[in-house]
Design a binder for this molecule. Structure first.
Ligand SMILES: Nc1c(/N=C/[C@@H](O)[C@H](O)[C@H](O)COP(=O)(O)O)[nH]c(=O)[nH]c1=O
Length: 363
């Protein structure tokens, strides 16, 4: 076979664990010896063994003289686990094929250098584009020290998220709504505004046919209006972080602190500053946030340009009405020249609806 054949396998392992390794990258690795796959593995959670460790353990004696395919440059620094570059050398691996290099300053190029200095054959760049996509959350987080933000909207053909009277259930189909849960699974946090909590009382949990990880639920709630009987308060199958402004007083927060799964994050301004929020979330190792609106929250993220990916679901419905809300509220951009440089990545049918994935060109 060829290198791409085995790297596809390693990438499929990495892709399947996106969302469960934060704040580490979702890495996959495959060990091949004499044309046989003798080991494979993925980094399953931060603090746990890296993908190469699992794969080489499975390979046992067959690691010697093997070729190891890994989706990201092996680490060469002592993190919470010993460096994988040293392990590959100690196991007498002959050749290491790497899909893409790690932008993390402690690693960038050092892993490759250490392998080459030890006499291993190293090949870099096999299926690089695909690996960069699997690592998009991690790379953005490492480069910008801010979470990767996916904005989701579900609208009618004319861009409305509800009728003028506020009716919104449901605009898009069951299939489209289920598809959106994949992003709840693959992001560390889901974020909505308190108006969505007051209007829909959402659970914001991941309800896929088979399992799925619940993201941390982040509620933007400047004046702490989230009702204590809201599902995000009474259902503790996911943590809930309520973000409030400076003027919320300590005694107002008391009642919320009785809930173990609830945390209040108080920012330093009267109103919530999205840039400050993203910095605080990154400090708390949140590598990716799935913003499910509503319109005002979406507008506040757009206003500061804090959008990396947009998932748009559009239903074949026309709602109309100048007072019916559209997907992005707020003041909007003043001129087209400051519009986000989005690129449409894919358009597909989901049931009766369409799904458009668009991303901001790499920074
Ligand atoms: N109105 C619609 C949506 N609405 C999205 C949010 O406003 C809902 O409150 C949230 O998804 C509910 O979360 P849950 O309780 O965990 O199911 N989202 C969609 O994709 N299509 C819609 O037609």
């Amino acid at each position: 076979m060829n290198d791409e054949y085995y790297m596809e396998f390693a990438l499929s392992l990495g892709k399947k664990i996106v969302g469960q390794t934060s704040p580490n990258p979702p890495v996959g690795a495959v060990v091949v010896n004499n044309g046989q796959i003798v080991g494979f593995g993925a980094h399953l959670k931060a603090g746990g063994p890296h993908a190469e460790v699992h794969a080489l353990n499975m390979a046992g004696e067959k690691a010697k003289g093997s070729t190891v395919y890994v989706t990201l440059e092996p680490c060469s620094h002592h993190g919470r686990t010993p460096p994988c570059a040293d392990l590959l050398i100690n196991k007498e691996v002959s050749r290491v094929v790497i899909a893409t290099t790690d932008p993390f300053e402690k690693v960038a190029g050092n892993g490759i250098k250490r392998l080459q200095e030890a006499g291993l054959e190293v090949e870099v760049g096999v299926l690089k584009e695909k690996a960069d996509e699997v690592n998009e959350q991690f790379f953005h987080y490492i480069k910008t020290k801010k979470p990767y933000v996916t904005l989701k909207s579900a609208t009618s053909l004319d861009g409305k998220i509800a009728t003028a009277s506020g009716e919104s259930k449901w605009i898009t189909s069951e299939e489209a709504r289920l598809d959106a849960h994949k992003y709840r699974h693959s992001h560390d946090a889901i974020l909505v505004g308190v108006n969505t909590v007051l209007k829909d009382d959402p659970s914001l949990t991941t309800r896929l046919p088979v399992e799925g990880k619940n993201p941390i639920r982040i509620i933007l709630d400047t004046n702490l209006r989230t009702p204590l009987h809201a599902k995000v308060m009474t259902q503790n199958d996911a943590n809930t972080w309520i973000v409030v402004g400076k003027s919320v007083r300590r005694e107002e927060k008391e009642a919320y602190l009785n809930y173990n799964h609830v945390e209040i994050i108080q920012l330093t301004n009267e109103t919530i500053n999205i840039s400050e929020l993203l910095h605080v979330l990154a400090e708390k190792s949140i590598m990716s946030v799935f913003v499910e609106g509503g319109a005002e929250v979406n507008g506040s993220f757009l206003k500061v340009g804090a959008v990396n990916q947009v998932i748009t679901y559009m239903a074949p419905k026309l709602i109309g009405g100048k007072n019916a809300p559209t997907a992005i509220g707020g003041a909007g951009i003043d001129s087209l020249e400051v519009a986000l440089p989005l690129q449409i990545i894919s358009i597909e049918k989901i049931g009766p609806d369409i799904k458009i994935i668009s991303r901001v060109e790499d920074d």
